[in-house]
Every structure is written in C-alpha cells, then in structure tokens.
Design a protein around this ligand. Sequence first.
Ligand code: AR6
Length: 366
Amino acid sequence: MPLQIIRNDITKLTCDAIVNAANPSLLGGGGVDGAIHKAAGKGLLRECRKLGGCKTGQAKLTGGHDLPCKYVIHTVGPKWRGGQNGEREQLQSCYRASLRLALEHECQSVAFPLISSGVYGYPKEQALKVAVDCITEFLIEHDMLVYLVVFDKSSFQISEKLFADIAAFIDDKYVDTHFLFRRTQQDGRGESTFVGATEILPPQESERAARSAEPFREDAAPSDLHKLPPVAAKTTAAPMQTMEFSLADALRREDESFSQALLRKIDEKGMTDSACYKKANVDRKLFSKIRSDVHYHPSKQTAIAFAIALELSLDETKDLLLKAGFALSHSSKFDIIIEYFITRGNYNVFEINEALFAFDQALLGV
Ligand code: AR6
C-alpha cells in the first residue's frame, strides 16, 4: 500500500498507530510530543513512565489512550548538529524502528510527523527526503498505508530552484495557450468568458473548462475575445503517412479500455504488476479492482500515476489518459506540472508529488 502525504494534525488521525517525535525521557515535551500527550490524556504519561526512556534512533510502543488511534510509537530523533554527526543515519533508524514496531503489532496504517524537523532543527527538506526514502524502501517489502503528516506548509517545500523552474515552465505554457476561458454559469450551458492568461483553475474545473471551452482565435485582441463566434481550432497538418498509421492504430485499439491498455503496457515494459503499482504509489487493492474490472474508471491522478510508473512519453501518457476519459491541457497547472516532469524524464512519483504539493495541487497515486 502507498505513502500518502497529508497536511493535518496527527492527533486527529484515525489509524492504527501514530508516531511521536519524543525526547529520550519519553515524558512529554513541546511540539507534536506535547500535542499527543495533551490529546491522549494522563494515561499515556503513566504508561510512558514505565518504559525507562528511549535512545536516539530507537522506538517504543504504547497504547493510544484517549487518541483515536490504537497505538502511539514513540521515537527519538537526532538533534541537528550540522549534519556531520550521524544525524541522517539516526533519523533513518527512527523511521525503520518505528515501521518495524508497527509491523510487529500488525498495524495496517501508521502516521508519521516529520521527525526532528521542529525543535530538533533538522532542515525540513532533508528531513522530508529521509522520511520518504525510508518509508518507500519499507513499502517495497511490506503492505501498509503510511501517512506522512506535514503540519505546516513550509515543512514540505521543494527547493527554491525547482520551484522557480516549474513556475517558469507554467508561465511559458500559459503563454502558449494565450488565454483561458471560464464558464460563467454552473449549469453546463453557460457562456465562456475571457479570464486572462494567468488565472489558474483547479484540476477538475480546468479539465471541464478545457473540454467545454470553445476554440479561440489567437490573433484576436483580448478585449474582443468574448464576442467572437467559435472558430475551428488551429491544427498543424500532419504528414499523410503518420495520419494513416495513427488512424489504423487508433482503430485497432479503439475498444481497448483503460484497464486493458494498462495491463498491456505493463507487459510491454516487462514490469511485474506489483512493481508497477508500487512505483505508481497505488494501493494493491485498487490495482486488483482495475485488473479485474475491464471497464474500471480510475481518477485522473491514478491514471497519471500509472503513466509515470510506466515511464511513458508525453504522447503515450495522453493516449493512456484518453482511455480513462481524461486529457492533459495547458489550462491546468496540475497538467503542466506533470508535463514538466515527463518531458524531463523524471518519473519519481514522490518528487512529482512534492512539486504538486508546493503548487497546491492534488497528489498522484492512492
Ligand atoms: N501534527 C503533526 N505534526 C506536528 C504537530 C501535530 N499536531 N505538531 C507539530 N508538528 P517537533 P522534533 C510537526 O518539534 O523536531 C519535543 O519537545 C512540526 O511542525 O514536534 O523531533 C520533544 O519532547 C515539525 O515539522 O519534534 C522533543 O524534545 C514536526 O512535527 C523535541 O520536541 C516535528 O517537530 C523533538 O523535536
């Protein structure tokens, strides 16, 4: 099962275990530790007193007491001392020891805060990388739903350079499309109105808008755009040979569903099913559903996650998405970010998710 990165208060989560970023005394403190003890009540402190503390990099388990989870796994992260004093190895050890305990207690779901990234001063970006690497490494071997809970948005930040690069790419693509249209009414029959090149719609809305918006004339002055009657979209004439091939190809695969196309691609790539759904960050049960239901309709995020796992080119991704009834459009920030990563050959779902998160977009997988 996958890793999910969520923004929440960990004490509110209903899962089998939550992990506490504790100190060696295990007797409570500030940050997430303080919040967990406060929400769990005095019973947790009583139980912690019997544990005899905990060393850095190790983990101990208690009941959840008044919390909505069954267990609390207390682990002690390293204090940041410049990064040359074994901090990384100790932090890795926290995640591994906690996941081992969760496994021993047959937890199916466990939630982690970003250990050491608060009071203990571990740089958030690096703390996040250690967390994601350790958890994904564990998930290759084990079935568990792991939440990584980021409390504040700054805990989950891609590097400034990557952010700026993606932002520039988005700007470029928006320039390419020139103008967006947004429907003015909710009933599906509303007229499209010009809203400018920089306005960004959320994925679902932009998807609908992209499908429903009439084509527009690129040479029109912005102020005139809303008055124009629909005109045919500009297309670049493709060579006849390519068109014939595409047509024949399209006809041959016309009836292929998303599920069939996905399974065919997995075979063509020589991947196993499990390697594919794990790389896609997709739940095994969900994959089984897709496998067994030839007409299964995945969400757009799931369909793209598979395209990423299969390392499809942009055109192949579009073909696969089409099977599920979706398209990639330049009027969606989400879609442009996906395009950014695919065209750079970066097929790491977690890195893509970090970028999507930074731009307030829905994440891939699940
Ligand atoms: N839910 C999820 N994450 C949270 C919450 C919450 N309710 N509250 C804080 N965080 P920290 P550390 C995030 O300082 O760095 C304690 O005093 C927070 O934004 O709680 O390992 C202990 O007793 C940050 O990203 O833990 C130790 O003395 C992350 O949790 C010391 O702090 C970890 O921040 C441990 O320091």
